[in-house]
Ligand binder design. Structure first.
Ligand code: 4NP
Length: 149
């Protein structure tokens, strides 16, 4: 993390950091590249739980990222820390439970927000990675509208 960086610092958060938030992280970076604005952002993802710490992206998410030839090989699941909450500007959650977990650990923060105004169903339970993909793409598009790039 570059403390002096004036980039927009965006952190995607879900329960395990193997399905939804890494999908959002890499699709967001892909979209930034497409729009030619990747240099303006710093983008990462984290878990609220320590359940999957150190693990690679789930095969269901990997299959979707593979379609775009996105390289996620270095990604390992990480739990969010208080330093992350301090350093990132936008901490974007996949569901209400993620927000509740963050508030429980760190207290309320205006940085905590939802990617959509409803939960993005967890494909780890539903097996439906396509719905997660469609929701995430929509959420990314809405989020980027804030910046007028
Ligand atoms: P994610 O999915 O929050 O979208 O990464 C999950 C992954 C792992 C677990 C739960 C949800 N788990 O309990 O291990």
């Amino acid at each position: 993390m570059y403390m002096t960086s004036n980039k927009h610092k965006v952190l995607f958060v879900c329960l395990g950091n193997i399905c939804r938030s890494p999908m959002a992280e890499y699709l967001f970076k892909y979209e930034l590249e497409k729009r030619g604005i990747a240099d303006l952002f710093l983008v990462e993802s984290r878990a609220t739980s320590s359940e999957e710490e150190g693990n690679r992206i789930h095969p269901g998410t990997a299959r979707i990222l593979d379609k775009f030839k996105i390289d996620y090989s270095k990604k390992r699941a990480e739990r969010i820390t208080s330093a992350d909450v301090r350093d990132f500007d936008y901490i974007i959650c996949m569901d209400r439970n993620n927000i509740r977990s963050l508030e429980y650990r760190f207290g309320k923060s205006p940085k905590f927000m939802m990617l959509l105004d409803r939960d993005i169903a967890d494909p780890w339970y539903t097996g439906n990675f396509i719905d997660a993909y469609n929701d995430i793409v929509l959420g990314i598009d809405l989020f980027l509208q804030k910046f007028n790039y």
